[in-house]
Design a protein around this ligand. Sequence first.
Ligand code: SF4
Length: 265
Amino acid sequence: MGVPSVFLRTFGCNFRCAGFGMPRGELSMEAAGIAATHSLITPFQKYEELPLVSTGCDSYASWMPEFKDLSPMLTSEAIADRIMEILPHGEWQDEHLVITGGEPLLGWQRAYPDLLNNPKMKALKEITFETNGTQKLTPEFKGYLKKWNSEVGKELTFSVSAKLPCSGEKWEEAILPEVVCEYEEVGTAYLKFVIATEEDRDYALKAASEYRAAGFKGHVYLMPVGGVESVYALNNKAVALMAMKHGLRYSDRLQVPLFKNEWGT
Ligand code: SF4
């Protein structure tokens, strides 16, 4: 948090996470309602116009097919040019590249080497993949990342937001310790669990012990649920206290109080 970062958001996800913020067993229909408006009534022109949701995945427009028209298909050259425009000095200095989604480790693994080999990306020193921790690295991409990370001054991190049952996803499809342990072979990884209740905390502790049993060495964070301030403010302190009690790390959501979780933040 607080590190100047460029976010590259890829389209598509293998999950839906419609359970966030809902009573157990129920799924959010908020994003589906917005998608119906977009497809059938009044199309939104850009991401920034889309309503925020208080339940379900707060990045819904980065994977729901109904919103694909808002995500341009860009060449790696065009992406590198756009990044240069965004960087305050027109070149990489202290900035960090965060590759997120959707789920950024789907088929996009094939495309990253071309982008990272672009001469404009040469001075980039830190990359973080924000992943749900379910996608194995292809042998080719794993080899590429190992080499990238071995260069002097480069640092690669996997921020793994593994999905607990409150997301609505199935445990056996979401908690895949062997996949995350493989990320640690090429960079640093940490786990981040979204927590709303004591039940979520218990699931987080259970999951953390499964990852540890598989050999996971990284840090474990608890993060309060809440894409909107009203929900976030309800449980951030309680989650911080839980983290302290169990010797885990606490992850805030800086973008919620600062930017109200607007698109692009
Ligand atoms: S894994 Fe992340 S991007 Fe995908 S649906 Fe869940 S919260 Fe949204």
